[in-house]
Design a protein around this ligand. Structure first.
Ligand SMILES: *[C@@H]1O[C@H](CO)[C@@H](O)[C@H](O)[C@H]1NC(C)=O
Ligand SMILES: *[C@@H]1O[C@H](CO)[C@@H](O)[C@H](O)[C@H]1NC(C)=O
Ligand SMILES: *[C@@H]1O[C@H](CO)[C@@H](O)[C@H](O)[C@H]1NC(C)=O
Length: 440
């Protein structure tokens, strides 16, 4: 495919150089047209070469995914260039580009009322669905959007549409938290924001104001938002001062650990679009405001090598050779370095903090968690984070639904509308909302 394009491009360039002699005076228009054609062919060929990436045939709508990935990759490259020139932090620029694809102001329809407000100083967008005639009190989900703790917003059309669909189909109140992002704030400020907003919401008088049933509130989030939701779930299940308990947690392709970047899914999806491995590791380092020079060493697990004492006891909690079924481990082998780089966790101790890696929590913490839904994608470095958490929760006695999609890629659940509509986006969202409907 790409070599065919390169040949075509080379031929185009040959034609271009052979047409270098000045055109006869009577044919300027035709000459101009010919060279625009050549330029156009070259641009198209280069664009196609840039867009094309090999993808497993089992992934949903591969051509569309390639285009989406190319757009996201070029946005990242532009942001990196602007960062390099010292004009702005790359994540700020990238977020600016993401916002340009559609930010929505608060709006309302006959079905859903959308308001922007703040809960104890934390911005939130509240989606109020209409109540069912037979039930005066509504169900509710606190939603935390994804984006590597650094990107996206409750107000971009993707998350606005997701929460609208939830509010409408569940006749529920959805609170989408606009927590602060990297590089403005770093770990654990994102956690503090979602904890503060959720605690405020769970107060009896606030729930009453929104006509929410205190016994039917859940927490949910996708990707880095799934990480924050899992952390919040663990903190709330141990907090005796809370009057209302969360009824459930629903984690969508969550990020759950920073100790092993060589789980079978990390190995299998090193270059899989939307979230290649090095991009995920960079999000982690930025979340901790750490030194990006460590990324390459972390990719080979040098931060949790056998000579790093701090990691020794924790490694067994994400031992995927015993936690994952063989259908996922395939022929992959663990990457455990004998000697690594002990400086990494000394400079970034947050890497081993349970508030960043909820997968490594004690069994005593896990056993108090509410009913759990975890959605995983086959074509995602984070697949095994989710599957291992499901396994550890189940062993601790928690009721878990693991919803795995063979043709899914990371981030797919927000891609349901044209032009970024994916069949697997529609199916994952349907499955997620159905589970909430049956369990909340
Ligand atoms: C990992 O650590 C070993 C031992 O210190 C070192 O030789 C190797 O270069 C490191 N690898 C990377 C990618 O930093
Ligand atoms: C992981 O589990 C395997 C199989 O149960 C076991 O042989 C191995 O020692 C464990 N590794 C760690 C680090 O706990
Ligand atoms: C996306 O939407 C367009 C227009 O509604 C439709 O023709 C197309 O089949 C959809 N694609 C997928 C994969 O759902």
């Amino acid at each position: 495919m790409s070599s065919w394009l390169l040949q075509k491009l080379a031929r185009g360039l040959q034609v271009a150089s052979s047409s270098r002699p000045p055109q006869p005076a009577e044919e300027p228009a035709r000459g101009k047209m010919r060279s625009s054609c050549i330029v156009l062919t070259a641009v198209v060929a280069l664009a196609a070469y840039y867009v094309y990436i090999p993808l497993p045939s089992s992934v949903s709508d591969p051509w569309k995914l390639m285009l989406l990935d190319a757009i996201f990759r070029s946005a990242q490259q532009v942001s990196n260039l602007i960062h390099y020139l010292g004009l702005s932090h790359h994540l700020v620029t990238l977020n600016f580009i993401i916002f340009s694809f559609g930010k929505k102001s608060a709006w309302s329809s006959t079905q859903v009322k959308v308001t922007d407000t703040d809960f104890d100083g934390v911005e939130v967008r509240v989606f109020e669905g209409s109540p069912k005639p037979e039930e005066p009190l509504k169900r509710s989900v606190v939603y935390i959007h994804g984006g590597g703790w650094a990107l996206a917003s409750a107000k971009i059309s993707y998350y606005d549409e997701l929460c609208t669909a939830m509010a409408e189909e569940l006749n529920a109140v959805i609170v989408s938290i606009e927590y602060r992002l990297v590089p403005k704030v770093h770990f654990p400020e994102q956690i503090n924001d979602v904890v503060r907003a959720t605690k405020y919401f769970l107060q009896p008088e606030v729930l009453q104001k929104y006509s929410v049933d205190p016994g039917r509130v859940g927490i949910s989030g996708d990707s880095a938002g799934g990480n924050l939701a899992a952390v919040l779930g663990q903190q709330f299940s141990q907090d005796a001062s809370l009057k209302s308990k969360l009824k459930l947690q629903a984690l969508i392709y969550p990020v759950l650990q920073a100790l092993d970047f060589n789980t079978p899914s990390y190995q299998q999806n090193v270059d899989t679009p939307i979230l290649p491995r090095y991009v995920m590791v960079k999000y982690w380092v930025d979340y901790f405001k750490g030194n990006q020079d460590f990324v390459q060493a972390m990719i080979v697990n040098n931060h949790t090598s056998l000579d790093v004492e701090e990691a020794a006891a924790l490694r067994a909690r994400l031992n995927w050779t015993s936690l994952l079924p063989t259908v996922f481990t395939k022929n992959y082998t663990p990457v455990v370095q004998t000697t690594g780089n002990a400086r990494i966790v000394r400079e970034i101790p947050q890497l081993l903090d349970v508030r960043s890696s909820p997968l490594i929590a004690d069994r005593e913490v896990l056993q108090h968690l509410p009913k759990t839904y975890i959605l995983t994608c086959e074509h995602d470095v984070l697949r095994d984070d989710g599957i291992m958490y499901a396994k550890r929760l189940e062993s601790a006695g928690v009721e878990v639904t693991l919803d795995h999609f063979e043709d899914a890629f990371h981030g797919c659940m927000i891609f349901t509308s044209w032009p970024t509509n994916f069949s697997v986006g529609i199916r994952t969202r349907k499955s997620y909302i159905t589970w909430l409907d049956q369990n909340l």
